[in-house]
Write a protein that binds this ligand. Structure first.
Ligand code: CIZ
Length: 432
């Protein structure tokens, strides 16, 4: 298929029959506000089959003006607001956003790069985060009290982050404390260290801060697990089982020492003995975007493009990571493509908006997504220029809409867990 810069354009062409290919849902050509009042789905895209927890934020109806305005009118309003607000506003755009939104971003990056940008721009009173809910929460944790973080569409959650909530994790923690006790061993290592992936609620980051734990990203998961193993006999890793398993396996942890914790079952569905012997307890969560990639897709890419370099994200299932040439975060993928000699061919296993953008930015390479079906992240899809224009017009009028605020009670320990991550460094090799 011919790759264009914009997934929206490709989807429209597929739907009109003017481009070959298939989308995972015909609803992807609908505007996101069609789904704002329709409970309880995440909307069309790869996580549409996952169940949204009852307490997750909902977006009310977007005012008719913004639903009916054409692209030129929205563009005019967004640019006018940016011009008028100047440095008082910063717009952050995640790699997985549609290009039609990223066109207005002052910074484009992964969740942590963007939260760091938020921290550095202390002059900006308003931080508009074009990403998903946990990212806006992290930006709020790292920004000052005077700054407001705004999520243009409150329905932009994250199905993986929603797979572990604070009540379930507290309940798991109590069961583990009953099983292991709380006393350190002879080496001073406590029974369990909790590790949460950045893709989790602030409440879970706070839980880690309160219980000697830490946050990790897909770029530093191994360093963070090393940090945790220095301090604990085992790790409770949530919410993404795949990142936890792929990282621990690469560090030499045997698979049979990585039981899975299902929050709906006593002891997570495990025997006490399996938990006692464990090194990493993996939460039963996953990313519905990365779950779509398969070993068969990799085999097909290798047959059709001999010499292809296959890079997948570590949120992919383990057999996919094992079959790929490399795995790494969005930033790793981007840098690997930038550093490759012209004429390279890449098959990439991550969100389609990023893959198509990389293909458009690097005409010197052949770059395609392993999944032949166009299936963007359902929750990233919920941000559209209509919502951006709506929140920016309100800001111009002095009103802050869709503000994401983390309570002090959660923010204080959550920042501790984030600071531990920032301070964690790979151990210095010995015997050199
Ligand atoms: O942290 C992020 O932004 C995500 C979702 C993945 C990555 O690898 O950057």
């Amino acid at each position: 298929m011919t790759l264009t810069a914009s997934v929206d354009t490709t989807l429209t062409q597929i739907s009109a029959g003017t481009a070959p290919g298939a989308a995972c849902s015909p609803d992807l050509v609908e505007k996101p506000w069609v789904f704002d009042l329709r409970a309880p789905g995440y909307g069309p895209g790869s996580s549409m089959g996952d169940v949204i927890p009852a307490g997750s934020p909902r977006q009310g109806a977007l005012p008719a003006f913004y639903r009916e305005a054409d692209a030129a009118e929205l563009d005019r309003r967004i640019l006018a607001a940016k011009e008028a607000l100047g440095d008082r506003l910063v717009i952050l755009g995640h790699f997985y956003q549609r290009d039609e939104v990223l066109a207005y971003a002052d910074y484009v990056g992964d969740s942590f790069q963007l939260a760091t940008a938020a921290r550095e721009r202390t002059d900006a009173e308003a931080i508009v985060f074009c990403g998903v809910h946990f990212m806006a929460e992290t930006a709020d944790l790292l920004s000052t009290d005077e700054q407001s973080v705004i999520l243009p569409n409150l329905a932009a959650g994250c199905s993986m982050a929603d797979m572990a909530n604070i009540d379930q994790v507290e309940e798991c923690w109590e069961q583990l404390a009953e099983l292991y006790g709380t006393e350190p061993d002879a080496d001073g290592r406590v029974p369990v260290i909790p590790v949460t992936y950045m893709n989790s609620s602030a409440a879970l980051k706070g839980f880690c801060g309160r219980n000697g734990g830490i946050v990790c990203t897909s770029s530093n998961a191994q360093t963070v697990l090393e940090w945790a193993f220095e301090r604990g006999q085992r790790v409770l890793f949530f919410p993404d089982q795949h990142l936890g398993r792929n990282t621990a396996k690469a560090m030499g942890v045997p698979l049979d020492l990585m039981p899975m914790w299902n929050p709906n079952k006593p002891l997570g569905g495990n025997d006490a003995s399996a938990l006692k012997d464990s090194r990493v307890i993996l939460w039963h969560g996953f990313c519905s975007v990365h779950k779509r990639f398969t070993v068969d897709q990799i085999a097909k890419a290798r047959t059709e493009f001999p010499g292809v370099r296959v890079i997948v994200h570590p949120e992919c299932p383990m057999p996919v990571v094992d079959a790929a040439d490399e795995s790494g975060s969005t930033d790793y993928i981007r840098k690997a493509i930038e550093a490759a000699p012209a004429g390279s061919t890449f098959a990439i296993g991550t969100e389609i908006n990023l893959v198509q953008r990389l293909a458009a930015e690097h005409p010197e390479h052949t770059i395609f997504c392993l999944d032949p079906v166009i299936c963007p992240c359902s929750t990233m899809y919920r941000i559209h220029p209509g919502y951006l224009a709506w929140v920016l017009d309100a800001l111009l009028g002095g009103e802050v809409l869709n503000q994401i605020t983390v309570s002090d009670e959660v923010a204080l320990p959550a920042r501790i867990a984030l600071e531990r991550m920032l301070a964690a460094r790979p151990p210095v090799p010995t015997g050199v």
